[in-house]
Design a protein around this ligand. Structure first.
Ligand code: HEC
Length: 253
């Protein structure tokens, strides 16, 4: 019996199953998520994202598994440019992107040490981060003055409020069949204007998220390129193996 097609079909089916499961898991609780539409192949966007990150996030969040000189390659800039434009808190380009804030202090200030964000692009995903940075809203009576739709009651201030402006949520009353009413989030309404327009802010956030996705897996582009080559090789090799097998077996009855 010729087993080759059966094995190939089974292999293909299990690949489909794994992909589907991963997609379903990634989409969990995703009805509120906006699409980041970022592209880690876009180096101009990565460069802007890196600038945004060191200016607006790195005061609190380290990228402790990333070295400055590693950035140069992925962002398509020279090591000198990294030193002059991105390196404010380190001495050598080979340093890790750590921060100076002692964890004990940040815990006292925020109630929680701001987590390292090297792998946040992988654990949360770009769509989550994009939606998160667009979902801060004003709330009275809390120390930071804001809350976030994606991570309720978090202790991070809205560090981009001057760019985005402040916004408040509008809820819709939904009456269920059993008579229950529920307040469902509908949209945000601006309260104050920011220095960026809505489109500029979206781009700012998209670039920042793009950078975080890149940092989470700097070899991602290379991996995709290699993956295509490997699959192409396997297909061609499989074809030859199949032809060879037919040749060997043609006289066996
Ligand atoms: C003033 C300090 C500060 C700055 C600046 C700051 N953050 Fe935070 N951030 C925090 C703190 C504190 C937390 C932990 C909040 C909590 O869990 O209650 C946090 C949490 C987060 C989380 C949630 C992590 C998780 O999954 O639990 C993300 C994502 C994040 N910050 C992204 C950013 C980004 C992107 C920037 C830059 C635009 C930024 N932060 C700037 C203090 C800061």
């Amino acid at each position: 019996m010729n087993l080759f097609p059966a094995i190939a079909i089974r292999g293909f089916a299990s690949i489909l199953l794994v992909t589907w499961t991963a997609a379903v898991m990634a989409a969990g609780g995703g009805e509120l998520l906006m699409k980041a539409n970022n592209d880690i192949g876009n180096q101009a966007s990565l460069q802007r994202g890196a600038r945004n990150y060191v200016n607006y996030c790195m005061g609190c969040h380290s990228l402790q598994y990333m070295r400055y000189n590693q950035l140069a390659k992925g962002l398509g800039i020279s090591e000198d440019q990294v030193v002059n434009n991105l390196m404010f808190a380190a001495e050598k380009p080979t340093d890790m992107m750590t921060i100076a804030m002692p964890p004990a202090d940040s815990e006292r200030w925020f109630g929680r040490t701001p987590p390292d964000l090297t792998l946040i692009g992988r654990s949360r995903g770009p769509d989550f981060l994009y939606t998160f940075l667009k979902s801060f809203y004003v709330e009275e009576g809390v120390p930071t003055g804001v809350n976030n739709l994606m991570l309720e009651n978090l202790s991070m201030p809205h560090v981009l409020w001057e760019l985005q402006g402040l916004q408040k949520p509008v809820y819709e009353e939904v009456v269920h069949e059993d008579g229950r009413t529920e307040h469902v989030f509908k949209k945000f309404e601006p309260v104050t204007e920011g220095s960026l327009t809505a489109e500029e802010y979206d781009q700012f956030v998209r670039d920042t998220v793009n950078f975080l996705e890149y940092v989470g897996e700097p070899v991602q582009l290379e991996r995709h390129r290699l993956g295509v080559l490997v699959i192409a090789f396997l297909l061609v090799f499989g074809l030859f193996a199949h032809m060879l097998k037919k040749e060997f077996w043609k006289d066996v009855t």
